[in-house]
Design a protein around this ligand. Structure first.
Ligand code: ZN
Length: 271
């Protein structure tokens, strides 16, 4: 299994010379499974655009089946979807999985006057799947499970297990005021990689960001320790944090937990 980070920024894309190290695309992960050449994607932030172009370019090298899992419908997690080129190509298939009505969400995003064409302009064979927390979704020999995350309008954490390897994606979410989110710690137990919402510094969080639905690197470290994960990845960088600040955050966090890394657009983790 391989995790490719196409977008790592929370809230809104950013660009410019202050963001070249970490990148500025909003959430999108590609999970390359060992047991199938179907493409698994989590979230369709602006990062999905480049991924879609690559999938279209390399269409003869892999299956044309795409499985897109959505954590929730906040703009930054769906805003790239109308620019996902494979969804306009009839020979591709696109299955979308969400705990909410993804068809209604994506139709709304593309209806007039917000976008020039509607969802029906997408000619890939489409399927929509309503997720429950009870049953895992099989993909090749992998299983994708989910739990709800505390967040305004609720988000979803995903765990992918394949051939004894595991990765957990847990954004967007706000930590509990006291202790840790035990349900999430149990869900992430012994995972090789935990990708977790670290949008704010502790100082920013205390200075008025409670209730916005995001967490901090100190909370990420607490959770990663409790869940005994192999490697922590800080994710959902605040658009106000430029490279200089993110490097300072990453260095401060590494003093607490040396093996962690702050996600960058283009980063690849092999499991
Ligand atoms: Zn959100």
């Amino acid at each position: 299994m391989q995790v490719v980070f196409w977008g790592t920024r929370g809230s809104i894309p950013v660009s410019g010379p202050k963001y070249t190290e970490f990148g500025g695309n909003t959430p999108c992960l590609q999970i390359k499974l060992a047991s199938t050449t179907d493409t698994m994607i989590i979230d369709s932030g602006s990062g999905i655009r480049e991924l879609g172009l690559q999938l279209a370019r390399t269409a003869d090298l892999h299956s044309r089946a795409v499985h897109l899992f959505l954590t929730h419908a906040h703009w930054d997690h769906i805003q790239g979807f109308p620019f996902f080129v494979p969804s306009y190509i009839p020979t591709f298939s696109l299955d979308i999985y969400c705990t909410k009505d993804a068809k209604a969400i994506l139709q709304n995003q593309m209806r007039p006057p917000f976008f020039p064409v509607t969802l029906d302009a997408m000619l890939a064979k489409r399927g929509f799947h309503l997720l429950s927390s009870d049953a895992g979704v099989p993909l090749g020999e992998a299983t994708v499970r989910n739990i709800p995350l505390p967040h305004p309008q609720e988000s979803t954490a995903f765990r992918i297990d394949e051939h004894g390897h595991s990765v957990v994606f847990a954004t967007d979410t706000e930590h509990h005021a006291e202790g840790i989110n035990e349900t999430l710690a149990e869900f992430a137990r012994d995972a090789d990689v935990l990708i977790y919402d670290a949008q704010y510094t502790s100082e920013e969080y205390k200075a008025g960001k409670q209730g916005w639905g995001h967490s901090t690197y100190m909370e990420a470290i607490k959770l990663a320790r409790a869940a005994n994960v192999g490697r922590l990845v800080l994710y959902s960088h605040d658009p106000g944090h430029d490279d200089e600040m993110l490097l300072a955050i990453e260095n401060a966090a590494k003093r607490e937990m040396p093996g962690l890394v702050a996600a960058r657009d283009g980063m690849i983790i092999d499991l």
